[in-house]
Design a protein around this ligand. Structure first.
Ligand SMILES: [Zn+2]
Length: 332
């Protein structure tokens, strides 16, 4: 696994490159606007002259500094509004010469906050996504909506249901894709994909993770086994506070194969409750795959967890049905 320090350093140097690119883009825009409109060029020059003459005046007669500054401000406002008009007149947006940056929170510096200097959410997201891509998300390049192949599911009726397994999976895919495309941080909407192994739950969860990630959100994908392992280490003070923080604070937490983790007394149920409940209180989403149905969830964990994972106001429970696709493939 990559170290957090290295990943953070790399993300900061990407931001530095971004700032350099922003400056180039600002220069390019300025040259473009000046070439398009002589009045923009004249106004920019007037702005610069005003700025220097104001500074010189204030140095030369400190007693009048206040008055000079007020006059200068008025004149600057006049020039700026003429500039906006000239930009519009030559077909450019009126804010075309504003500073360029990707993140409006930190202006691509990576840090925000007064009086406490903190990592901006864009930097935290970059670090988190890089860290977990190198570890938990390695399957995402292969497992995404584009690679989803419904042909691997039998086009045969499912017992006791209308339609075939393939048409059912088509619907599940459409539903999950819609979920990923309309995902928004802070809405707290989640998915519980349940059913036996080999029905495509993990694949679809990875598709969702990949799409949400592409859309610029922070995503952590972790197996239930690793989640509990991280919580155990954290609880016993060994390490891993950052990983726990990531699992609590990312926009989307995907937990794979809930129910396969070891049931450690005093760890598993309480850790799981902590993560699920904290995220719920903060309106952060979870997507979970599990072999357990809702009844077994209540039985294996406790009512509080069962209720939160199946709460219809927050969670869409999708019960997967059909035959194991790996067995289907072997039969073909
Ligand atoms: Zn930022």
């Amino acid at each position: 696994m990559l170290s957090r320090e290295n990943v953070t350093r790399e993300a900061l140097s990407n931001l530095e490159a971004q700032r350099a690119a922003n400056l180039l883009e600002e220069k390019r825009r300025r040259a473009e606007a000046e070439a398009k409109s002589p009045s923009v060029r004249d106004l920019l020059a007037a702005r610069q002259r005003l700025f220097f003459s104001g500074m010189r005046g204030a140095f030369a007669s400190p007693a009048k500094a206040q008055e000079i500054s007020q006059n200068m401000q008025k004149e600057m406002e006049r020039i700026n509004s003429a500039l906006r008009a000239s930009l519009l007149a030559c077909g450019l947006p009126q804010d075309y010469l504003q500073p360029v940056y990707r993140c409006s929170e930190c202006r691509d510096t990576g840090y925000v906050g007064e009086p406490v200097h903190e990592m901006c959410s864009c930097l935290r997201r970059a670090v988190m996504n890089r860290l977990y891509q190198s570890e938990g998300l390695q399957g995402l390049e292969r497992e995404n909506f584009t690679a989803f192949n419904e042909e691997i599911f039998p086009d045969e009726p499912i017992e006791g249901r209308k339609g075939t397994q393939r048409s059912f999976m088509r619907k599940c895919r459409a539903f999950c894709e819609e979920y990923a495309d309309s995902f928004a941080a802070g809405e707290g909407k989640g998915l519980l994909l349940c059913g036996r192994s080999g029905l495509g739950k993990t694949f679809l969860m990875n598709c969702v993770a990949q799409r949400v990630l592409e859309r610029g959100y922070s995503v952590v994908v972790v197996s239930a086994y690793k989640l509990i392992e991280a919580m155990r280490r954290y609880q016993f003070g060994e390490e891993g506070i950052e990983q726990v923080q990531d699992m609590l604070s990312c926009d989307l937490l995907c937990i794979d194969d809930l129910g396969s983790e070891p049931m450690l007394r005093g760890v598993t149920v309480s850790s799981l409750y902590h993560i699920i409940n904290e995220r719920r209180n903060a309106n952060r989403s979870v997507v979970i795959t599990t072999n357990l149905d809702s009844e077994l969830l209540y039985e294996k964990y406790d009512d509080r967890i069962g209720a939160r994972l199946t709460d219809p106001s927050r969670m869409k429970v999708i019960p997967f049905v059909g035959v194991d696709v790996r067995r289907f493939a072997a039969r073909q």
